[in-house]
Ligand binder design. Sequence first.
Ligand code: GLN
Length: 485
Amino acid sequence: MDYLSLTEARDALRKGETTSVDLTQAMLDRIVALDNDVNSYLTITDEMALAQAAAADKRRANGDDTPLLGIPIAVKDIISVQGVPNTAGSKILDGFVPPYNAFVVDKLEEAGAVILGKTNTDEFAMGSSTENSGFFTTSNPWDLERVPGGSSGGSAAAVSAGLAYAALGTDTGGSVRQPASFCSLVGLRPTYGRLSRWGVVAFASSLDQVGHFGRTVADCTAIFQATAGYDPRDSTSLNVEVPDFEAALTGDINGLKVGVPQEYFIEGIDAEVETAVRTAIAKLEELGAEIVKISLPHTQYALPVYYLIAPAEASANLARYDGVRYGPRAKGSDMIDSVKKTRALFGAEVKRRIMLGTYALSAGYYDEYYGRALKVRTLIKQDFLDAFEQVDVIACPTSPTTAFKIGEKADDPLAMYLADIFTLSVNLSASCGLNVPCGFDSKGLPIGLQLIGNTLQEATILNAAYAYEQATAWHKQQPTIGGNL
Ligand code: GLN
C-alpha cells in the first residue's frame, strides 16, 4: 500500500478498507526496511505516530472526517514538533528539543495527520543536495548514488521512496521545488506569508516559507490546504482568507495565459531538461492555454542578490547560537572562548554564509552590497509584477539539470549555488511556485516543470499543474527501490 497516493489512502480510510494504525505500521516497517539505503529520516517518531494513528482511528469511529485524519506524513527537521528533537541539520542544535509546536504542526495535528518523523536537511537549510547536513547525506531514491536535491532533500526522498504520503519542507531559495524536481514529486512553495513561520528555525526571514511535497498535485494540495493560514505570532503572516484549493482543481485551463520567459532557457541548461520542459509547455497549449513569450529582464541578478540578502539575514539569525540558550555548549577558558568553541560546531557552508553576510552588513560595505541587493530585489519583483499584467502563469524549468552525483558539487559552492538559478526569483519576488514532474532523462532521472504564479495565486498554478498531470503519466512512475509496489 506504500505507493497509494495520499488521496487514495484517505478514500481507503473513509471506506473502512484500512485503518490509520495499519497504514502507519506499514510505513514504519517500510522505513525500517529501506531507510538504511535512502537515509531520509533523522528521527523516527514511531511511538508518537502509532499513538496518533490510534487516536485518529478512534476519532473516525466517532464520525470525525477531518482532511488528513490518520494520514502518515513527514516533517523537515527544521520545523518544531513539541517534544521531538529539532536539529535543523546542525550539530549546534544536537539534542535540542523544542517545547512547542510550529504553527504548521499544530495545523497538521488539528487535521488529524500522523507524524512519522523528522527528515534530513542541509544545515540550517543552506544547500541544494543535503550533503551539508551535519549528520549524513540523503540519497535519491531514483539512483542511490545521486543527491535528492536540497535543502529539503530528506522530505523529498521520503515521499518519493514511499516512506510518507506527503511531507513538509521549507523553501528559501528553491529548497522544496528543486528536490521535488530531482525526485519526481509535486513540490509547492506558497506565497510568502501564506503560512505562519512560527516555530520554524529561521534561515533568511524575508525569504523563508514552509512548502509541501506530494506524489500528486491533489496530495500536495491536501497538505497545503491543511497547513495554510494566518497566525498573529508571525507578523509577516497574511491575514487573508484561505481559499478552497482542493475545489479549485478543476483541470480546466482553457484560455489560461502562460508566459515563457526567454531568460530561463539559457546556455548551460541540460538539453534533455530543455526538451522535456518545452514539450510540457506545448502540452499546456494543447490543453487550451495560450502561450506568450515574456521577458524577466533582471533574472541574471537573482543569484548575486540572493547570495547577499540570504547570508546577511542568516548571519543575524544565527547569532543566537552561542551555546547558552540552545543545544550543546563547548567548555572554554571563559565565556568568549566557550562561545567561539561552540560556534565551531557550524559546518563549512554555514560559516561561509555567516562570513559573507557579516561582511555585506558591515559598516562601510552595507550600502555597497546589502543596500544595493535590496534595490535590485525591487527590480526583480517589478519584473514579475509586469509579467503578471500579461499572463496568469509563468512556465520554465525548475532546475537546469537532473540529480547530480553525491560529491560532484560538494567542493564547489558556486556550482552548487547555480542549482537554484531558476527558483530563487520566486522567493525574491512575492510570487508562488511549484514543481510538477514532466519527464525523465536518458539516465532515468526525473525532470521538473516549474509553474510560477502571482501573489496568493496558488490555486491557479495548482490547477494548471493538475491539468498537466491528468493529461500525462509521469506521476504514475515510482522508483523501483524496495520493489515496484
Ligand atoms: N539552495 C539555496 C541555498 O543554499 C536555497 C536553500 C533553501 O531554499 N532553503 O540557500
